[in-house]
Write a protein that binds this ligand. Structure first.
Ligand code: NDP
Ligand code: AKG
Length: 290
């Protein structure tokens, strides 16, 4: 099942749990705006190359929309060149927007520190995963140092999570001992790592899954902090960024748990019902329901 179909299925399940009005359900399911752009660029050899881009703006009932930028893997598979490209892209977005609106660093996040980026953003998603894991483990009366972790994927998120888990005394499995894994908990640090069918099988086995929309939200949360700092024109030190991140992740965990208790549902549905309910309430208050 593709990611959109799986997300829509989870959304509909959450809407049923909440008893959401059919009109609101329909209005929240369909994105507010989808834009397709085509950009034709002359190459050094004089030939033209054409790129197609998409921008989906889903809902702004609760505030401005934001999201990650994705590239097709074939655009530029070389890591170093990708990093260079990202720097130029941030600069370009910033410059183009600022031409019309004056200097506006808040318009794009994940910027290099020298261009108004936030301290702590690079590690934020992995750090958020660790804070989320700590919140979950506190529920079960254990600490990270009592546990062993298998981490799948060792890029930005996985490597930071591994480093921070190691610092807290947790064991990280490697290829020699990974075969022993009998996981009781799965922390979804990547986007959409568990298919709904797999979700059901794991739930029946009693495996507790901390869902992606919560567990990997540390990155977008610190991107939000970057936006806040840019608007304030004031830079926070890294300790403040990390402390605020911990506060947000821990509070969100308790909000999810309280939805789980009210609706007798698992953590994924707790997270979905929490988010859907907030957006639905804002939609009704704004008088935007279809
Ligand atoms: N970076 C961020 O701030 C955020 C990231 N995310 C999500 O987290 C995930 C990881 O992102 P990020 O760390 O930035 O990405 P990176 O590109 O830095 O790292 C991805 C890692 O995953 C590995 N990988 C790729 N495919 C597989 C697979 N099938 N099985 C196991 N490992 C695999 C890659 O290995 P190799 O290099 O060998 O290909 C690489 O080590 C993505 O789903 C992303 O959308 C979510 C929120 C924020
Ligand atoms: O930093 C952001 O705003 C988005 C990060 C994110 O969630 C992602 O890239 O998947």
């Amino acid at each position: 099942m593709n990611a959109l179909a799986a997300t829509n299925r989870n959304f509909r399940h959450a809407a049923r749990i909440l008893g959401l009005d059919a009109k609101i359900e329909k209005s929240l399911l369909i994105p507010f705006r989808e834009i397709k752009v085509e950009c034709t660029i002359p190459k050094d050899d004089g030939t033209l190359v054409s790129y197609v881009g998409f921008r989906v703006q889903h809902d702004n009932a609760r505030g401005p929309m934001k999201g990650g930028i994705r590239y097709h893997p074939e655009v530029d598979p070389d890591e170093h060149q990708t990093w260079e490209l990202m720097h130029r892209l941030w600069q370009w977005i910033l410059d183009e927007y600022s031409k019309f609106h004056g200097h506006s660093p808040a318009i794009v996040t994940g910027k290099p520190i020298d261009l108004g980026g936030s301290l702590g953003r690079e590690a934020a998603t992995g750090r958020g995963v660790v804070f989320a894991t700590e919140a979950l483990r506190n529920e079960y009366g254990k600490s990270i140092k009592d546990m062993t972790f298998a981490i799948q994927g060792f890029g930005n998120v996985g490597s930071w999570a591994a480093k921070l888990i190691h610092e807290r005394g947790g064991g990280v499995l490697n290829r020699e001992n990974a075969g022993k894994v009998r996981a009781k908990f799965i922390i979804e640090a990547a986007n959409h790592p568990t298919d709904p069918e797999a979700d059901e099988i794991l739930s029946k086995k009693g495996v507790i899954i901390l869902p992606d929309i919560y567990a990997n939200a540390g990155g977008v949360t610190v991107s939000y902090f970057e936006w806040v700092q840019n608007i304030q024109g004031f830079m926070w030190d890294e300790e403040k960024v990390n402390n605020e991140l911990k506060r947000y992740m821990t509070r969100a965990f308790h909000n999810i748990k309280s939805m789980c208790q009210s609706h007798n549902c698992n953590l994924r549905m707790g997270a979905f019902t929490l988010g859907v309910n907030r957006v639905a309430r804002a939609t009704v208050l704004r008088g935007w329901e279809a």
